[in-house]
Design a binder for this molecule. Structure first.
Ligand SMILES: Nc1ncnc2c1ncn2[C@@H]1O[C@H](COP(=O)(O)OP(=O)(O)OP(=O)(O)O)[C@@H](O)[C@H]1O
Ligand SMILES: [Mg+2]
Length: 223
């Protein structure tokens, strides 16, 4: 970071913003093969949370690539930069008090670990949307596997670019065997059990003293 940069402190803390929204900001990070169901499930969970009065937002791969990340391709380096931007955007949104859902293949463990490192423990929920390649190739909702098999698309995850399955996701959704409604319920149950849908325990704890001592919004150790 340039030594000419001095971060400017806000007068309203992330904890106060979370208290205003009466929710626990976090990111629900959906990862999985193309066609596994990330967009389908993240939009359904988004709608279910919205209906309950939560302030949420979905960051979806295709939408991000049309704008913020339109200069990036699909090389390993560009994929990693794509995910870095998405993770930083999600982090800003959680600081603003939102529950953020992201729907990106995010095939590499290292890039998901980098995303996780931006959030406090418990605030990064990795959701492995799991379906075998044979099935997602049959589904092929965008016709991308057909094109990749014909050699029209290079570096396609699962075909000629690897997908590194999460080793310890917070949640795994088996979309080969369970319908969307079941998967959505599993996410909502997880969030309820972790208390992530409750208002911050003590609004006063959000304090007026910035982030230090802001127990409702623990910050990651950023070294
Ligand atoms: N249990 C399920 N959960 C989610 N999607 C399912 C399920 N069962 C079948 N599907 C179907 O699988 C397809 C998943 O497509 P979707 O666009 O959500 O995938 P994606 O993971 O977002 O892919 P991409 O990475 O290409 O954006 C949809 O056509 C959906 O209807
Ligand atoms: Mg999608």
């Amino acid at each position: 970071m340039s030594s000419n940069i001095t971060p400017h402190r806000a007068l309203v803390s992330p904890g106060q913003r979370a208290a205003l929204k009466a929710q626990q900001p976090c990111v629900l990070w959906f990862t999985g093969l193309s066609g596994a169901g990330k967009s389908t499930l993240s939009t359904l969970v988004d709608a279910a949370l919205f209906k309950r009065g939560h302030h949420t937002f979905v960051l979806d791969g295709d939408n991000m690539r049309r704008r913020l990340c339109r200069d990036l391709g699909f090389s390993d380096a560009d994929r990693t930069e794509n995910i870095r931007r998405v993770a930083e955007t999600a982090r800003l949104m959680t600081e603003a008090g939102l529950i953020v859902l992201t729907a990106f293949i995010s095939p590499f463990r290292s890039e998901r670990a980098l995303a996780r490192s931006l959030f406090a423990p418990g605030r990064f929920v990795e959701i492995y949307v799991n379906a075998p390649l044979e099935l997602v190739e049959q589904r092929d909702p965008k016709g991308l596997y057909r094109r990749a098999r014909r050699g029209e698309i290079r570096q396609f995850t699962g075909i000629d670019s690897p997908y590194e399955a999460p080793e310890h996701p917070e949640l795994e959704l088996d979309t080969a065997h369970f319908p969307p409604e079941h998967c959505v319920r599993a996410v909502l149950t997880y969030l309820e059990e972790r208390g992530l849908l409750n208002p911050p325990a003590d609004i006063r704890a959000a304090g007026s003293h910035g982030r230090e001592g802001d127990s409702s919004f623990p910050q990651p150790d950023r070294g």
